[in-house]
Design a protein around this ligand. Sequence first.
Ligand SMILES: [Zn+2]
Length: 127
Amino acid sequence: MSNVTWSYDEERELTRYLWENYAEFFSPQERHLAQVIAARQVAESRTSSNRTIIPSDYPGTYYSDPAINHTLLPGAYAVQQQAALRVMLQRQSDIRISRCPRCQRILRRVTALQCFWCGLDWHDGRM
Ligand SMILES: [Zn+2]
C-alpha cells in the first residue's frame, strides 16, 4: 500500500476540492445533480455487468428522468467540472485553495494539516 502512486490531475482535484469544501456555493439544482451522480455511482458499483440496473432498486438515481439524463449527457465529471468552474469565477474572493507547502498540490480540505500526495504533515505546527 505504501508504494501506491496516485496520479495527480490539477483540474480534477480542483473540481473535487470545490465540491467538497464549498458545496454551499453551488445552486440547489447543481447539488441535486451531484446527489444523483453519487447515487448512480453507488448503483453502478453494486450492479454486476450482466444485470440491468432497476431504478427502483436505487432511490435517487432518476434513471427514467429524461431531463436529468439529458443534463448528464456530457458525463458526470464534465457536468461537475463546469459547475465548479462557474463557482470559481463567481465566488473567487470567497474561495481559498489550500496547497501543500512542499509539493504545491491541492489539499483535501481547506484546513488540512497533512498532504494526501506527498505525505507532509504539519499537525505539530512546524513545517
Ligand atoms: Zn505535498
